[in-house]
Design a protein around this ligand. Structure first.
Ligand SMILES: C[S@@+](CC[C@H](N)C(=O)[O-])C[C@H]1O[C@@H](n2cnc3c(N)ncnc32)[C@H](O)[C@@H]1O
Length: 255
């Protein structure tokens, strides 16, 4: 699926949904309050983190790493622990997400925080590694954003990119997570965790509405790799991830 015309011109914010009375806009600050229940209880999210950790084990120490749309800092935290002598810049426009990342990662003195979007991130110093997970699809004009990512990576440097391309089937996720959490904690535990995670449900509903409206980007499997190639990356690895909802690509910036 190619980028829709609406997506090409849309901005990430959108108007309220007057029919349902719910807002279409994803409230990342509200999401930040319970986002990390994902890393605790969603095995598909944990598998992504494990893949990133393993990937870091295969590369030479990067001097400078950018984590774009770094959210609550889960990827930055893994990189900071794996490479305590590297510098990591977490770029995140949402103040709630950024505050959560700062408090979680306070023990790491090799992390710098920038409250800005990818679009407004200047390239003062190109990175050896850029990480961007589940953030690109929320941004406007993906082809330009991929060019922005290309500018952030030094020639020969690496991009670790994961993005949700398929529309979130919320009942599929609910069933998957409920079954898993019941096995982990029992029925009562699962009901408690779902109650604590109700903000996640609310925000995932908003994400789905934005996907349906073409405000958030959706794409078929394999498209992320071809878009990355078009932006000047050589694709070293590509696969589906996150239960088939996402594409994962590892790329090298052409010299
Ligand atoms: C689903 S979260 C992913 C967070 C983190 N990368 C992870 O996988 O845990 C998407 C993040 O993208 C951020 N974001 C939205 N628009 C952005 C933009 N234009 N530039 C950079 N980040 C953006 C949001 O604020 C949010 O924190």
């Amino acid at each position: 699926m190619q980028m829709s015309a609406r997506n090409a011109t849309a901005v990430t914010s959108s108007t309220g949904n007057s029919e349902s009375g719910q807002s279409d806009r994803t409230d990342w600050t509200a999401y930040a309050t319970s986002y990390d229940l994902l890393s605790e209880h969603n095995p598909a999210y944990r598998a992504l983190l494990d893949d990133f950790r393993s990937f870091l084990g295969t590369i030479e120490r990067p001097g400078l790493i950018y984590d774009i749309g770094g959210g609550t800092g889960n990827y930055t935290g893994i990189a900071a622990a794996a490479f305590p002598d590297s510098r990591i810049r977490l770029i995140e426009p949402d103040p709630g997400m950024l505050a959560r990342a700062k408090s979680k990662l306070a023990a790491h003195d090799n992390v710098e925080y920038e409250g800005r979007s990818l679009e407004t991130t200047g390239v003062t110093e190109p990175a050896d590694l850029v990480v961007c997970v589940h953030a690109l699809y929320t941004m406007p004009r993906q082809e330009q954003r991929l060019s922005d990512l290309r500018r952030l990576v030094r020639p020969g440097g690496l991009l670790y990119l994961v993005d949700i391309g398929r529309s979130l089937d919320l009942s599929d996720w609910r069933g998957f997570l409920f079954r898993h959490i019941v096995r982990e904690t029992g029925l009562l535990g699962a009901i408690r965790i779902f109650w604590r995670g109700r903000e996640i449900t609310r925000q995932n509903n908003a994400i789905r509405r934005s996907q349906d409206a073409g405000v958030f980007w959706t794409f078929d499997a394999g498209v992320l790799a071809s878009k990355a190639e078009a932006a000047g990356f050589e694709v070293l690895r590509q696969e589906q991830a996150y239960r088939g909802y996402s594409d994962l690509v590892v790329c090298r910036a052409a010299p």
